[in-house]
Design a protein around this ligand. Structure first.
Ligand code: THG
Length: 367
């Protein structure tokens, strides 16, 4: 593919200078912002992520901030996950649905205070939907995008690196919880979370001015740990079943189709705008669901369009993400599979750009 022309509409991040100095080789666009996709090669990045520690510019995970007396009410209007037991200091993975129960986003919600939230969004214009609801219902809440940019530290040596920069307190942070930790006199949200299965943290960098100082401090402190700039890795995230909004699901899908039913409590999520629609569809249950799919044969090319899943001449689903996995020595993929073929070990065919390749449907992801 040709290069993407830089312009002001395609936002740089507070870490872009560091990313470029580290030799970034590819970008994608996410929330109208640059998101690195490859440094050395996708396969080298993958092995390094699983064995060392990486620093990721995920500033494109923009925050939608809710502030004011109706902030919690508004947050519950957005999601079918019951938020009543969620405490300050916790993060929740929350499906966000429209009035038809269609997925609008799958962000991480961060509860900063009883009247203050961040919604750390995937790639869709959620700010507009949230502002529309706040205004339409005349809620007493401010909704905006603050100057907050997540920086992720991922990989098995994350605890060691983070302890060197933020102190041993990082080791006590539990999964999907955060602590307020100091860097250069600023208290930052540091959560144990991130878009990999290798463990790690996300630092919500509050103020672009400390972006490069923090980037440099992590790179300096991690020299003997073989720290390197990295990014969400296509192969590793498919192995781990981490979904990508816009790729693996759209507003045509319900959370149940996406396997996100475990993050829904539709009966008790009073106020959620998609509640009635979801109660109807969850009566019957979904007729298609996201599944891990192993694609046999040659290594597949990048999946930049849906690849049909077929049995004979009838279509039973599609593949939305795929890559060759070195560790599993096969092609790993994420598919949306119809009920008739979604059970483990079902054999199907995938129509890839290289022709028809046999595939097997599974029920649990590789890692
Ligand atoms: N971190 C933050 N913001 C984000 C992402 C992130 N915004 C964009 C995108 N990623 C949103 N999508 C996801 C998808 C998966 C997860 C988080 C955000 C995730 N899932 C875990 C899993 O499925 O194993 C854990 C879910 C749980 O148990 O609660 O982490 O990565 N800040």
């Amino acid at each position: 593919m040709a290069l993407i022309s830089p312009s002001r509409r395609l936002r740089r991040t507070p870490f872009s200078d560091g990313v470029e100095a580290a030799g970034v080789k590819g970008y994608t666009v996410y929330n109208r912002m640059l998101l690195p996709t490859v440094f050395r090669s996708v396969q080298e990045d993958y092995h390094h992520l699983k064995s060392a520690v990486q620093v990721w510019d995920v500033a494109c995970e923009r925050q939608v901030e809710l502030r004011g007396p109706d902030a919690t009410r508004l947050m519950q209007m957005l999601t079918p996950r019951d938020l009543r037991k969620m405490n300050v200091g916790q993060c929740y993975y929350v499906p966000i649905v429209d009035e038809t129960g269609g997925m609008l986003n799958d962000p991480v919600a961060v509860k900063l205070d009883e009247d203050r939230w961040w919604i750390s969004i995937a790639d869709s214009d959620l700010l507009l939907w949230v502002k529309g609801i706040a205004y339409g219902y005349r809620l007493d809440v401010l909704v905006d995008e603050p100057d907050v940019s997540p920086l992720a530290v991922q990989g098995p040596k994350s605890d060691e690196l983070m302890a060197r920069v933020f102190g041993d307190a990082v080791k006590d942070i539990r999964f999907f919880r955060y602590a307020m930790l100091e860097f250069q006199g600023r208290k930052l949200v540091v959560a144990r979370s991130g878009y990999s299965k290798q463990g790690g943290f996300e630092i919500y960098v509050d103020g672009s001015d400390i972006g490069m100082p923090l980037w440099n401090a992590l790179m300096e402190a991690g020299k003997d740990l073989d720290v390197h700039a990295g990014c969400p890795n296509l192969i590793e995230r498919i192995e781990g079943g981490l979904l990508s909004y816009g790729n693996d699901m759209t507003d045509d899908n319900t959370p149940h189709e996406c396997g996100l039913g475990k993050f829904c409590n539709t009966a008790s999520a009073i106020g959620c705008v998609g509640r009635d629609a979801l109660l109807r569809v969850s009566q019957e249950g979904p007729v298609r669901q996201i599944r891990p799919v192993e694609i046999h044969g040659d290594a597949v090319p990048p999946c930049d369009r849906l690849w049909p899943l077929v049995v004979g001449d009838k279509q039973v689903g599609h593949i939305s993400s795929a890559a060759y996995s070195p560790d599993f020595a096969t092609n790993v993929a994420i598919g949306m599979v119809r009920m008739t073929h979604w059970d483990a070990h079902m054999e199907v065919d995938v129509i890839t750009p290289n022709g028809v390749q046999p595939a097997t449907v599974y029920e649990t992801f590789w890692i």
